[in-house]
Design a protein around this ligand. Structure first.
Ligand code: ATP
Length: 456
């Protein structure tokens, strides 16, 4: 009996999870966060377009990352490398031979899957078994994830290049350029945000696994010393976990997971993932990898260029080791959205960190048909926009309750309403998204009020 109940509640949970994802996907479409890529042509599997609110949220995530990793530190600089690179880069990095996933094909319906994704494989088997059909798989074979492209204008002389499978290599091939053009001393880091492309066998779970996505990565160069490199490895593990928590993800929904030795990527000496408890299970959000000297040593071998670092203090020359923190912008955004999504009795609310929220505040005239109210509200709207605090929304449609509902659903942390009292005493009401409490402040203090709240 107890077993039956457990089974039921497991099923219940699964249903609930599916429902939550459906609701989030629908909200993203309805409110302009995320649309299916090239939808009017039937879409392209594994691609997504970010709408007006989604591109704001994505921008804010990238900005928060860049601030924390580059601008607030002295030992990290940024770079923005090309997506297309000389194909030799991918030979050197090992991607042309080792950037593979195990692929199996269902012999009944010829659909292809990643052999290591047990849940998906089991669900597929169940589908056939329920229809009393046979389930048989081909032997797993290695499937390379690099996406090919052709460059060159003369027919016949086209050459094959790859859309970068990770943004990492753009940093390592520039190691000497960065050293020679800056005064960096080891340990130091190079940060980058940009698009990467992978021929994923089974894109899915909304934007979680896409074929085109953005990464935000830090490559941190350290001395080739076991103890010292592990010290920085631990430091960056903690820093990165803290970043997600500081931006509002609930602690209990985040964890570290160490890669098993048979799971390690071809370059990795050690690897831990930061995982998020999503409705579709604990899933990787970011990888912290100890890459040793793999990248620089291989580029030295393949390019014939010296990739060593000369340490002025000790007079030693060496190839540095690399600690990498590699996160996905799209995955981070999806997890921020899921974590912020709440259904309350009378409203849906996205409790996003004000630092990430697409709109920082909204301004309303209480009634749209009262020119005095509209005039005063539009003055406040201009002041807040001019203050450079981020996007400010304007809404004068429908009743005030509907406007609050609409802003709650997209995560706007504060709503300013100009009412009749505002015309008499130069005050405005501010409503807090999370508590729904209202307070009255002076219009002249609205900017500093908002600034202080956003900094928190
Ligand atoms: P997975 O095991 O989920 O395929 P991975 O271990 O291959 O991911 P990495 O190569 O470590 O991923 O890439 C670093 C980060 O880039 C990931 O933590 C993730 O946030 C992001 N990322 C990787 N692949 C994808 C993808 N197909 N779609 C969206 N984001 C991705």
């Amino acid at each position: 009996m107890a077993k039956e109940l457990n089974k039921k509640s497991e099923k219940g949970n699964q249903l609930e999870s599916e429902e939550i994802m459906e609701k989030i996907v629908a909200l993203c479409k309805r409110r302009g966060f995320i649309f299916p890529g090239s939808e009017i042509y039937g879409g392209l599997k594994g691609t997504w377009d970010y709408g007006p609110l989604g591109s704001e949220l994505k921008f804010n995530i990238k900005q928060a990352w860049w601030k924390a990793i580059v601008q607030k530190r002295q030992d990290v600089v940024g770079i923005s490398a090309s997506i297309l690179m000389n194909p030799k880069v991918w030979e050197a990095s090992g991607h042309t031979t080792s950037f593979t996933d195990p692929l199996v094909e269902c012999k009944t319906c010829h659909q292809r899957f990643r052999a290591d994704q047990e849940e998906i494989i089991q669900a597929h088997e169940k589908k056939h078994l329920d229809l009393k059909e046979k389930v048989e798989w081909t032997q797993p074979r290695k499937f390379n994830l690099l996406v090919e492209a052709k460059v060159g204008v003369v027919e016949g002389e086209k050459s094959t290049v790859y859309l970068r499978g990770e943004i990492t290599q753009g940093v390592h091939v520039n190691f000497k350029n960065i050293l020679n053009s800056s005064r960096l001393k080891i340990p130091f880091g190079v940060a980058q945000i940009g698009k990467a492309f992978r021929n994923e066998i089974t894109p899915g779970n909304f934007t979680y696994r896409s074929i085109e996505f953005e990464q935000m990565e830090l490559q941190y160069y350290v001395k080739p010393d076991e103890q010292e490199s592990m010290k920085y490895y631990e430091f960056w593990k903690e820093e990165r976990m803290k970043w997600y928590q500081d931006l509002g993800i609930k602690k209990e929904n985040l964890r570290f997971r160490q890669h098993a030795s048979d799971e390690l990527a071809h370059y990795a000496k050690a690897a831990w993932d930061i995982e998020y408890r999503s409705p579709f299970g604990w899933k990787e959000c970011e990888g912290i990898h100890h890459r040793g000297d793999w990248d620089l040593r291989r580029h030295q071998e393949f390019s014939g260029q010296d990739m060593s670092y000369f340490d002025q203090e000790t007079g030693q020359r060496f190839i540095p080791w690399v600690i990498e923190a590699s996160g996905g912008v799209d995955r981070a955004m999806l997890f921020f959205l899921i974590d912020a999504y709440q259904e309350e009795e009378e409203r849906i609310v996205l409790k996003l960190s004000p630092k990430l929220a697409p709109y920082k505040a909204a301004v309303f005239p209480l009634l749209a048909n009262k020119p005095d109210l509209v005039k005063k509200a539009s003055e406040l709207f201009s002041i807040l926009k001019e203050a450079d605090l981020g996007m400010i929304a304007w809404d004068e449609r429908g009743n005030i309750g509907k406007r609050y509902y609409s802003q709650d659903e997209i995560g706007t942390p504060y709503c300013f309403t100009i009412d009749f009292q505002s015309l008499e005493d130069e005050t405005v009401t501010v409503r807090d998204r999370d508590t729904t409490k209202q307070e009255r402040i002076k219009i002249s203090e609205a900017t500093s009020y908002l600034k202080e709240k956003l900094l928190k």
